[in-house]
Design a protein around this ligand. Sequence first.
Ligand code: ATP
Ligand code: MG
Length: 183
Amino acid sequence: MKIKRLEIAGFKSFADKVVLDFQQGVTGVVGPNGCGKSNIVDAIRWCMGEQSAKNLRGKAMEDVIFLGSENRKPLGMAEVSLVFSTEDGRAPAKYLEFIEIQLTRRLYRDGESEYLINKTPCRLLDISELFMDTGVGTKAYSIIEQGKIGQILHSRPEERRLLIEEAAGVTKYKTRKQLALKK
Ligand code: ATP
Ligand code: MG
């Protein structure tokens, strides 16, 4: 599953809608300090279901909504869409009939939020399931931020095991077993 496109609107420093098309190969984002490079990674993480405001470098989830600037009023909603191509055949079976999978997350200032897969409202659980065992999800290893390598090296064996289970593709079954045992 490869990221094809990212659309950001009203999220952090991106007041107006910005569309980033990812081409083949490696993409680098360059720019002066504070121009919004890390906000792009935050947008990807957030759209994939990140629940911790701290992991998005904020205090409360509302902090992701554009808070206004000298000459612009704050906005009432943040929306990020992430489009994956399914061409490599590695998406979950039920999505393989689609050429691409579009995830959308919206958050309004009153706290109301929405998740959509291919424009259809869904649960956060559906988003998490989509990424389980792909190594992509918010807790997986596809985003290696500053300090993460050190954190992995110093983690307890049980914590490190979770990363290996994700790479081996057993996370989904473990989660389903835990859910079934709860019922
Ligand atoms: P560096 O090179 O220092 O890592 P960067 O390009 O990664 O910088 P970011 O951290 O992505 O920069 O962006 C920081 C900017 O985003 C700051 O100017 C901050 O004011 C702005 N910002 C963060 N949250 C919001 C928000 N909710 N509304 C408006 N602007 C915001
Ligand atoms: Mg940065």
